[in-house]
Design a protein around this ligand. Structure first.
Ligand code: NAP
Length: 279
């Protein structure tokens, strides 16, 4: 199959490696000529260009640009395609993308591979990035069944585990497990930095160990990604944050009231619930 990748960065480049190893002919388009040359030299794609017309012969196209560019890029892309081409995207938020692209292209299937690293760009691309990782697809009732089946076969060949859901359900779910944790973790770091005694602050920084490393990791990540989550998943994130604030208030009340029995019961239930998300 001829498979196109628009946006040769971490996700696009990683897809390229695996799709080539499955025997597909991979055509890459990226913004910078130097990225195109690197992608070919590294073996992530067979051919690459800064011109979208290269993707005219693709049977399936993965749009892997930064999230803000996915819809505008598809608007430009479709004039180069024949009507049978399947388009999918890898954006980390689904509802706004699916709502904008579905009316433009009937053979569009929203997607989100739940895989990545803290790095970006073509040099960060890795082989087998998607193995044993969830890969969400968000077709609707009008999405052609054959387009879904073809895409599923490709995603399965990456070693990923496929999940289907509505775009809005996806956005609520990732708000809980990805976007809310970034804001909570960022708030934790901000609160700690608010310690007014410089000696205590310095001591806390010296004493911080694995617990703080775990809970602060995602709040110390790429600021652009955090803003992207808030901008594109605003409603779901606000609703998760409000629910979180409600829970923080409950903990404050229990501690103010010295209600250690209820606090322990709560912590027992969170101890039991955590593996439901992590195992
Ligand atoms: P990335 O490493 O920064 O790659 C994006 C690439 O898009 C850049 O390398 C850039 O290539 C290219 N690009 C930028 N503007 C372009 C344009 N106008 N036309 C064509 N190409 C353009 O980012 P990423 O982490 O792969 O993320 C890409 C998408 O994957 C995002 O939508 C994100 O939501 C989604 N996603 C990310 C992760 C993750 O953990 N990182 C996980 C799942 C999904 P040049 O070098 O040519 O400028």
């Amino acid at each position: 199959m001829n498979i196109g990748i628009l946006g040769l960065g971490l996700i696009g480049g990683s897809l390229g490696y695996d799709l080539r190893s499955q025997g597909h002919h991979v055509l890459g388009v990226s913004r910078r000529e130097s990225t195109c040359q690197t992608a070919v030299a590294l073996g992530s794609v067979d051919e690459a260009s800064v011109e979208m017309s290269l993707l005219g012969i693709a049977d399936v196209i993965f749009v892997c640009t930064p999230i803000a560019l996915i819809v505008p890029q598809v608007e430009q892309l479709i004039k180069h395609l024949n009507a049978a081409t399947i388009i999918t995207d890898v954006g980390s938020v689904k509802a706004p993308i699916v709502q904008a692209i579905s009316p433009l292209w009937s053979r569009f299937v929203g997607g989100h591979p739940m895989a990545g690293t803290a790095d970006s760009g073509i040099e960060a691309a890795q082989k087998n990035l998607f193995v044993d990782r969830p890969y969400v697809l968000t077709p609707d009732a009008n999405t052609p069944k054959d387009a879904i089946a073809i895409l599923e076969e490709i995603v399965r060949s990456l070693g990923a585990k496929i999940y289907h859901c509505q775009p809005e359900q996806h956005d609520r779910a990732v708000s809980w497990i990805s976007h809310l944790p970034v804001m909570v973790s960022a708030s934790l770091i901000t609160a700690c930095m608010g310690e007014t005694d410089p000696e205590v602050l310095q001591l806390a920084q010296n004493l911080a160990s694995s617990g703080f490393r775990d809970t602060s990791r995602v709040g110390g990540g790429n600021p652009e990604l955090g803003v992207m989550m808030a901008r594109y998943n605003r409603q779901a994130l606000l609703s998760s944050l409000q629910q979180y604030r409600h829970n923080i208030n409950k903990f404050i009340n229990l501690i103010e009231q010295e209600d250690w029995t209820t606090l322990e019961a709560k912590l027992q239930s969170t101890q039991q619930a955590r593996p439901l998300f992590t195992d």
